[in-house]
Design a protein around this ligand. Structure first.
Ligand SMILES: Cc1cc2nc3c(=O)[nH]c(=O)nc-3n(C[C@H](O)[C@H](O)[C@H](O)COP(=O)(O)OP(=O)(O)OC[C@H]3O[C@@H](n4cnc5c(N)ncnc54)[C@H](O)[C@@H]3O)c2cc1C
Length: 397
């Protein structure tokens, strides 16, 4: 079957949804198509590891309502080829989709463990993964969480919260090591242990086997761990295959210019997939966070519909870990110079990440409504040091 659109979006995630809404807002009559590999219409991913485990959030609430834009949604369809010269993509069933302007919003795919995953070993990313984990994560079940980054730490807290026995395995010294200053990371480890999570630090999963009754994990220190189910959050890799085969510039993601346009003038890219330049940080980035997906999707949609302007938004993200929560802007890299400013040690405070006297990142730990202040600080040339930063961002209101 042949379809033809003014605007075609490949990828039915948060960036794709935001683009469809922005295009519709700019162009009331355009013919918009969206092709997405998942069978669900675009939805919010962050609740999959947080709110949906708290009991007061219904699964339906994650739907983003893309259909209301009037875009035609081709779901359960994976695009397998892109021909920029013909301005056409094709899906795995042979349907073809012509476009005038195209957005690539194919996001990222979870890294996988090096052995066959049965139903009980879940590389966590989608709403189907959530449904599958829910089946096994009943009170009293023993679940291994593999990975100590964002997804692993959120899932470990959520699973413990629904009464699972949780073993959390990660190669670093502590939860979030490399991101949080060492004393905060050590505090988090204690916090998790205090809530019954068994931490196995400094280990990797090197082998394993999943069957109908459980998952057997072989660890790098020789230990074996038998659990009812295992969920992995090992990071993601951008889905660049289409762009690469089409000859677009790719370097840790699809390379885009300040308007989020790829090396082809009729193709844009946004979200986890896109590698863009941020002027405040003075470097190219690829960001795997909701805010970037939504803002870039919307920006690309407007640009495709003819509105100009550069994309300058600093990366922002948030997380919930048991009853702790934070927001963060910019780069959180513990290798930078770190200035900690606590009003309550490890409970409430601000952590600044500096490079050559410039603030590159701000962690607002249980400090709220200060994201704009953090963004403004990162945009300033400085120089800053510990003395000039302490007390700079207020911890209350
Ligand atoms: C469990 C979880 C919790 C998270 N929590 C937070 C959080 O608290 N805060 C935060 O800032 N960020 C969070 N994130 C990250 C955030 O959700 C992502 O950065 C964001 O969803 C990326 O959106 P995207 O549209 O770029 O890509 P994706 O959401 O990956 O969407 C891409 C879509 O494109 C589809 N696709 C891929 N290839 C093709 C193809 N060839 N043809 C058709 N379709 C294709 C994929 O199947 C997918 O549906 C979380 C992510 C997960 C998984």
């Amino acid at each position: 079957m042949e379809h033809a659109y003014d605007y075609l979006i490949v990828g039915g995630g948060m960036a794709g949804d935001a683009a469809a809404k922005a295009i519709r807002a700019a162009d009331a009559t355009a013919f918009i198509g969206l092709v997405g590999a998942e069978t669900s219409p675009p939805y919010q991913r962050p609740p999959l590891s947080k709110a949906l485990w708290k009991g007061d959030t219904a699964l339906d609430s994650v739907d983003l309502g893309t259909a209301a834009t009037g875009a035609v949604l081709h779901l359960g369809r994976r695009v397998t080829s892109l021909d920029p010269a013909a301005r056409r993509v094709r899906d795995e069933r042979g349907d073809s989709y012509g476009y005038r302007r195209l957005l690539l919003a194919t996001g990222a795919t979870p890294r996988r463990l090096p052995f066959a995953a049965g139903d009980r070993l879940i590389h966590y990313r989608t709403v189907d993964d959530y449904r599958r984990l829910r089946r096994y994560a009943v009170a009293g079940a023993h679940v291994a969480v593999i990975g100590g980054g964002f997804i692993g730490s959120e899932l470990a807290a959520s699973l413990a919260g629904v009464g699972c026995k949780v073993s959390m395995l990660f190669p670093g010294e502590s939860i979030g090591s490399g991101r949080y200053p060492p004393t905060l990371a050590a505090f988090l480890d204690d916090y998790y242990r205090g809530r019954g999570v068994d931490l196995l630090a400094g280990v990797k999963v090197v082998d394993g086997r999943a069957d109908d009754t459980g998952v057997e994990l072989v660890l790098s220190d020789g230990r074996h761990l038998r659990v009812d189910a295992a969920v992995a959050g090992l990071g993601v890799t951008p889905d660049t295959a289409l762009a690469e085969h089409a000859g677009l510039a790719v370097a840790d993601g699809v390379v885009v210019d300040a308007q989020l346009r790829t090396s082809d003038p009729d193709i844009w890219a946004a979200g986890d997939l896109a590698n863009f330049f941020n002027p405040s940080l003075g470097r190219r980035l690829r960001v795997e966070h909701e805010n970037a997906a939504v803002e870039m999707g919307a920006h690309a949609g407007r640009a495709m519909a003819g509105a100009g302007g550069d994309y300058t938004t600093l990366p922002y993200f948030y997380s919930d870990l048991f009853d702790l929560g934070y927001e963060a802007v910019g780069l959180l890299d513990a290798r930078l110079q770190v200035v900690e400013d606590w009003s309550e040690p490890h409970r409430k405070g601000v952590v600044y990440y500096l490079e050559g006297g410039r603030v590159r990142g701000v962690l607002l730990w249980n400090v709220w409504d200060q994201v704009d202040a953090a963004r403004a600080l990162i945009a300033q040339p400085g120089p800053f040091d510990a003395a000039s930063l302490r007390g700079r961002i207020p911890h209350d209101g």
